[in-house]
Design a protein around this ligand. Structure first.
Ligand code: LMR
Ligand code: MG
Length: 389
């Protein structure tokens, strides 16, 4: 089989919060008529420069056209040459590599008439426990709005949440206190996510305040600046709670292992540049004796289906993972979205081929945008995923 063309389609899809995220849907065409689909999810993060879609499409065509899609390792290696790793969490090159690697897996599995799960050595589970995100409180007035989010999502079966913290600790505390008062043991807050906002000492002060409200806390996430391995290690020795951090480069993962910086690796294909790279990171974690969870950038259904296949194949996921992207957006570009039930992300049926989700061309047209250029958004909106300036 040979790749005959690459198509990139940009879409802009609003969240329920009003924030519009731009994603790129990938199609890899083949000489057998089979099309692989992938997703470069959520380009709407800093740094605030935009990718030239036509230039990217031309570049990817020059790498992929005429190639055998089953040469997944070789193609991934070439992708790293073209879009190198950096030591930055939201490196756009990783997003690009991820979309291409998703689509290669979809194409190859469809050609073999199997689901992507079979390419990963099958499944150790069929569903993953996940949490719904509560975005960062900036003002006290946001506490009641977020309590309403908990009420609504609990009704849908999401009983585990993750709280972004660190900007207004009084409001973080007030929120936790309200959750405890109204929901008691019905609701669990599995993680306090500092998103690298604070230095480790300030994070330590906040952790002491916030862990007074342990509502099923499983981990503390990103409580030091990016790549501050020593800071993470300091905190790890101070608190009884596991420390988790995202993996955004293999060098960074190596340092986190060497410097005993974390207990749990938060692994997402988008941040490490594909399913192939994410598997490598998860296996490295396992060899180092660490757990991992699946993280998220808030993908649409294609990216989330890819993560569901991955997560259901990994033996070292023991705690609650993060992918609930499709629940955050007002729309999607597939015929049937991935499904959530009782707070679990269900992997697509194994009888379905490839990633197990099908593009809906009408929806693709509905959400299509001309390019990835930035609208008039502020840094705070980008960081806190809100439409309010
Ligand atoms: C989001 O898009 O909401 C997330 O990627 C934010 C984050 O934690 O980076
Ligand atoms: Mg994101």
């Amino acid at each position: 089989m040979k790749i005959t063309n690459i198509e990139l389609i940009a879409v802009g899809i609003p969240r329920h919060t009003g924030f519009v995220n731009k994603h790129v849907i990938v199609k890899i065409h083949s000489d057998e008529g089979i099309v692989g689909i992938g997703e470069m999810s959520d380009f709407s993060h800093l740094p605030r420069y935009s990718i030239d879609l036509h230039d990217l499409e031309r570049g990817l065509r020059s790498v992929f056209i005429g190639r055998n899609p089953f040469d997944i390792m070789q193609l991934n290696q070439e992708l790293v040459d073209h879009f190198p790793e950096t030591m930055y969490y939201y490196e756009k090159g990783s997003f690009i590599r991820n979309g291409m690697d998703n689509a290669l897996h979809d194409l190859c599995a469809k050609c073999l008439d199997i689901s992507v799960s079979e390419m990963f050595g099958g499944r150790v589970r069929d569903k993953l426990k996940v949490c719904y995100p509560i975005f960062r409180h900036r003002f006290m007035e946001e506490v009641e709005e977020n309590i309403q989010v908990v009420r609504n999502r609990l009704e849908q079966g999401f009983d585990v949440f993750r709280l972004y913290v660190g900007k207004n600790i009084d409001a973080d505390e007030a929120f936790l206190s309200r959750v405890k008062e109204e929901f008691g043991s019905k609701v669990k807050i599995k993680s306090y996510d500092f998103s690298h906002l604070l230095n480790w000492k300030d994070a330590w002060c906040a952790i002491k305040r916030l862990t007074k409200y342990d509502l099923g806390l499983e981990m503390i996430e990103s409580p030091a600046p990016r790549n501050d391995f020593e800071g993470l290690n300091q905190l790890r020795l101070k608190t009884d709670y596991p420390i988790s951090e995202h993996v955004w480069s293999f060098k960074q993962q190596q340092e986190m292992i060497k410097q005993e910086a974390v207990d749990i690796f938060n692994i997402s294909p988008i941040f490490i540049g594909g399913l192939t790279a994410a598997r490598k990171a998860a296996y490295a974690a396992e060899v180092a004796g660490k757990e991992c969870i699946l993280g998220t950038t808030q993908e649409l259904s294609i990216g989330t289906a890819a993560m569901a296949h991955l997560g259901c194949s990994l033996t070292n996921i023991l705690k609650t993972s993060d992918p609930t992207g499709p629940e955050l957006y007002i729309g999607d570009v597939v015929k049937e979205r991935v499904t959530y039930q009782d707070g679990y992300l269900h992997a697509p049926d194994r009888n379905k081929k490839g990633l197990g989700v099908e593009l809906d061309e009408e929806l693709l047209d509905k959400f299509r945008v001309a390019d990835l250029s930035w609208n008039d958004v502020s840094v705070h909106q980008l960081q806190d995923r809100t439409s309010i300036k």
